[in-house]
Design a binder for this molecule. Structure first.
Ligand code: NAP
Length: 340
């Protein structure tokens, strides 16, 4: 016996990946409902070798469904996730709406799987921000060995992190550079993204940081350790899929770069590609479609007492969203619901 699973936002970037990953990982599905807005009622989406027609979220009855993987943005989540949860269906949510709610566990299964048991307060589990998810997979095993004091991270985030319209904007603006008769003004972003980089993701906060940067701080604390200090600069780059991060870590204890490399090689969800030669590192283009978080450029930071630098790359639609959500579904199944 398997699960009755709902994918909410099945026509979106993350929703489509969720359907792919549920099929790829052979998640024990008895029945699957693919939901989107009324606009796309009847749109066909793929689930393994099956084709499903999307249904309207607004009229869907969640009663009798085991879990719902939400990928629809905070507004629609606010309206529909409580309804799904109240009808007994466990919600695994990709939006930022519930991430900081003390009654909702925020989970990266490689880091804090034990948090799954806190799901029952609201029947909701939150999935972290894409930049946080890949970074904490690398931080946790290093923290367990040498206790992290402070992290300084700069991100290079792909446009797929802002949804399908942002991918079209990069595509259309790129084409317009070669065909200048076409003007493609910035809509999703505040400045042109093609052949450019934009140091601004999500809204500005009072202290001059952005909400995306704040999310990395708050979520790392909730998932790994509230004592870790994080300072982040989040930047959008003209890459379609795959987020990259340059991460500087300061530890309580000395951690040698070779030992760090060995620890990361042995850690779940991580692939170390770190040859000190031309091309001996991973770029976002190479991580697309992969499950792993790739770590390269591991090296001592000699400007502080116990410091390391590393380069961290992952498919943001997978580990940063859909894969992590499916891993949470697997964890929930294994530890709590116990079907399949
Ligand atoms: N992309 C990432 O890397 C990433 C990472 C972590 C978290 N997330 C989060 O995941 C969520 C989805 O992101 P995305 O990139 O997949 O966005 P997207 O490509 O723009 O897709 C949005 C999906 O939500 C549906 N939707 C929107 N409003 C709806 C409503 N009122 N009722 C029903 N369905 C509605 C859309 O359906 P229609 O096609 O019918 O409009 C579509 O299926 C967001 O909360 C985002 O912040 C994304």
């Amino acid at each position: 016996m398997g699960y009755r699973v709902v994918v909410v936002g099945a026509t979106g970037n993350v929703g489509r990946e969720m359907l792919n990953i549920l099929a790829e990982r052979q998640f024990p599905v008895d029945e699957l409902a693919a939901l989107a807005s009324r606009r796309s009622l009847g749109t066909e989406v793929s689930f393994g070798d099956k084709t499903l027609k999307t249904k309207d979220l607004d009229t869907f009855d969640f009663t009798g469904w085991d879990m719902a993987l939400f990928a629809v943005g905070s507004e629609a989540t606010k309206e529909y996730a409580p309804k799904a949860a109240a009808s007994g269906c466990v919600v695994i949510d990709n939006s930022s709406l519930y991430r900081y709610d003390p009654d909702v566990p925020l989970i990266v299964p490689e880091c804090n799987p034990e948090a799954v048991h806190g799901y029952s307060k609201k029947n909701i589990i939150a999935n972290p921000n894409c930049s946080t998810a890949q970074m904490v997979v690398a931080l946790k095993p290093l923290h367990d060995r040498a206790t992290i004091k402070r992290v300084v991270v700069s991100t290079y985030q792909s446009v797929s992190g802002s949804g399908k319209e942002a991918m079209e904007e990069l595509w259309d603006q790129t084409k317009a550079v070669y065909n200048p008769t076409q003007d493609v003004p910035a809509k999703v972003y505040t400045k042109e993204i093609a052949f450019n980089v934009i140091p601004h993701i999500d809204v500005f906060m009072e202290d001059g940081s952005t909400k995306e940067e704040w999310k990395m701080v708050a979520e790392t604390k909730k998932i790994v350790d509230p004592k870790i200090k994080v300072t982040a600069t989040c930047v959008r780059v003209p890459v379609f899929v795959g987020h990259s991060e340059a991460v500087n870590i300061e530890f309580e204890e000395f951690l040698d770069e070779d030992e760090a490399r060995d620890i990361l090689r042995e850690s779940p969800g991580i692939m170390v590609i770190d040859k000190r030669e031309d091309g001996g590192y991973v770029t976002p283009k190479e991580c697309v479609g992969d499950f792993a978080t790739f770590i390269s450029r591991i090296r001592q930071d000699s400007t502080i007492e116990n410091g390391l630098n590393l380069w961290c790359v992952s498919d943001n639609l997978r580990k940063g969203a859909a894969l992590n959500a499916v891993q949470i579904a697997e964890l929930l199944g294994r530890e709590v619901l116990k079907k399949g």
